[in-house]
Design a binder for this molecule. Structure first.
Ligand code: NAD
Length: 545
């Protein structure tokens, strides 16, 4: 029981450090990277209750930019480990869910300060090594976004707890924000260290206990997350990290009576499969599970004839190619008016010729490798398809090289066919497809808006560039349901916690907006308490007289 109504420190976005030559942060990060690269291979265990569990099934962790280099191994678990993680979570639940919320918040506020301070270089270096991010991409993700999630969530939790009902005369009404009854299953993708940490953490902040399964290609930085949570004083069993095959984990979790919620970020196909499985098992559960999934995208950039060529080119290059296009929000289809295209094509070719690609160890590299062999093959197959198609041409890039790492050149495809395969399907790599539309007719822009809206099953992010206010208004209205994060005159990536709550609808997810209070509401089950201050003593109402 709290002896006060407390105010969480007002959250401020963690400043993004510059890593300019000569800066102390650059030196610290280079040192951490070198140390982690050169140390003996590490062993990553599973974190189950009080135990760090190793198994005989070891999987290698290698940098995407150097697949011959082994950073270490992680232990692969099986169904018994998933069961043990559930048991550990449920054993931790009574103490954790009844701990006053300000103590839970303090654990995650401390974790945020550790990330922004003593662990900053380590978590950034781990993200550079394991996910192949350059220093800036690692900084905005692993250090800043992660710390922001934890700090803003604590603040939103306070706001939620303060949200209380009215009380009539003689009555005191109260709302309690209880944890879900059971445990939460968090499944995270490879591409953001911040998302990996946030998905289990936000549920735990609200009093839940969690079984967390990170992606196989993110385990190296996932271990740093667990190290930070432990250093912040998170009690054992609250977040249990299991590393195993997804379907193996799903088989145990989705048949468990105490399964209370899924917090998922990943691809649309996997999420649909999980939702179906949960639906089929509904009678098994104590409660209706909460299902939150942020999934794929086919994010657009639309240029109006009034747009500036340099602004559009910069939005496309940053939006499509940063982190090799492996962001759910990455621009991957663009609609360019014929009147702008010759100048824009020239500008794109000139600028893209200056993009340097290679290991993140060299801070001059803007482009690094894609995550793994499977991704490399998939992305290459789209490029090969475009090369052999009669209705597409490669404008820039198109090269691939997997001899040392999984390198794919930033690639621009141009097609007259607005439904060309790479205009429609999520590729999740540095491939941008452009459709040039005839803008000579008066209704050309309106028609292309319909095309943008109807081309893909996704609705995650999108951007419109225009210097015509009426065009921006028209686009905002006609594309109302085409993107959950809609940008005017800016690239469609880089949402900031507390500033642009993130998520999309249609095939892109349940749109529960990570980085806002809306997400936190999914991890509580409110209880209403009505207390009569003086209880009636006669059943007769006045009208009976
Ligand atoms: P993925 O779907 O391949 O994997 C995501 C997670 O699901 C991994 O941990 C994986 O092991 C697990 N998984 C896979 N099959 C499973 C199963 N049958 N049962 C249980 N778990 C299973 O995605 P990825 O390649 O790691 O990430 C890229 C995808 O994530 C892209 O589609 C991208 O758009 C999406 N994404 C979306 C957002 C968003 O906020 N909308 C953010 C980041 C990534």
């Amino acid at each position: 029981m709290a002896h006060g109504t407390f105010n969480v420190p007002y959250p401020i976005n963690e400043p993004v450090l510059s890593y300019a030559p000569g800066s102390p942060e650059r030196e610290a990060l280079q040192r951490a990277y070198a140390e982690m690269y050169n140390q003996d291979p590490i062993e990553v265990p599973m974190y189950i209750g009080t135990d760090q569990v190793s198994t005989g099934d070891k999987r290698a962790m290698t940098p995407p930019h150097e697949h011959g280099k082994v950073l270490g191994h992680f232990s692969y678990g099986d169904a018994s480990h998933v069961q043990a993680a559930i048991d550990a979570a449920l054993a931790a639940r009574p103490a954790w869910s009844s701990l006053p919320w300000e103590h839970r918040a303090a654990v995650f506020l401390k974790a945020a300060d550790l990330i922004a301070g003593p662990y900053r270089a380590k978590i950034n270096a781990a993200t550079m090594l394991s996910q192949g991010k350059n220093c800036f991409q690692a900084e905005i993700d692993a250090a800043c976004e992660f710390a922001d999630f934890l700090r803003f969530n604590a603040y939103y939790a306070q706001q939620i707890h303060a949200e209380q009902p009215e009380s009539a005369d003689g009555i005191w009404n109260r709302l309690e924000y209880r944890a879900l009854e059971g445990f939460v299953f968090a499944i995270t993708p490879f591409n953001f260290t911040a998302i990996s940490g946030n998905l289990p953490a936000v549920a735990a902040l609200m009093g839940n206990v969690v079984v967390w399964k990170p992606s196989d290609t993110q385990v190296y930085s996932a271990q740093v997350i667990m190290e930070i949570f432990q250093a912040a004083g998170l009690p054992d069993g609250v977040i249990n990290m299991v590393t195993c095959d997804g379907p193996v984990a799903g088989d145990v979790v989705f048949k468990h009576r105490e399964f209370a919620g899924l917090h998922f970020t990943g691809s649309t196909g996997v999420f649909r499969h999980l939702w179906k499985t949960i639906g089929e098992n509904l009678e098994l559960y104590r409660s209706y599970p909460r299902i939150v999934g942020e999934t794929g995208g086919k994010d657009f950039v639309l240029a109006h004839p009034s747009a500036g060529v340099k602004e559009v080119a910069t939005g496309l290059i940053r939006g499509a190619f940063e982190f090799q296009g492996q962001k759910c929000s990455a621009a991957s289809r663009a609609y360019i008016p014929a009147s702008l295209w010759p100048a824009l094509e020239e500008e794109l070719k000139t600028e893209m010729a200056t993009l340097k690609m290679g290991s993140p160890e060299d801070f001059g590299n803007f482009i690094n490798a894609v995550i793994d062999r499977k991704s490399f093959d998939k992305i290459k197959s789209y490029i090969d398809f475009a090369k052999s198609a009669t209705d597409a041409r490669i404008v820039a890039g198109g090269g691939t090289d997997d001899s040392v790492g999984y390198f794919v050149e930033p690639t621009v495809i141009e097609t007259p066919n607005p439904h060309f395969k790479s205009m429609v399907e999520e590729i999740f790599g540095p491939v941008l497809t452009i459709h040039v539309y005839d803008d000579s007719a008066a209704d050309a822009f309106e028609k292309v808006l319909d095309l943008v809206d109807n081309t893909s099953e996704y609705a995650l992010t999108g951007a419109v560039f225009s210097n015509d206010r009426y065009a921006l208004d028209l686009a905002s209205k006609k594309l109302e349901n085409a993107a959950g994060n809609f940008y005017l005159n800016d690239k469609p990536t880089g949402a900031v916690v507390g500033q642009q709550p993130f998520g999309g609808a249609r095939g892109s997810g349940t749109n529960d907006k990570a980085g806002s209070y809306l997400n936190l509401l999914r991890w509580v089950s409110p209880r209403t308490i009505k207390e009569a201050l003086v209880s009636p003593t006669d059943y007769r109402y006045p009208f009976l007289g």
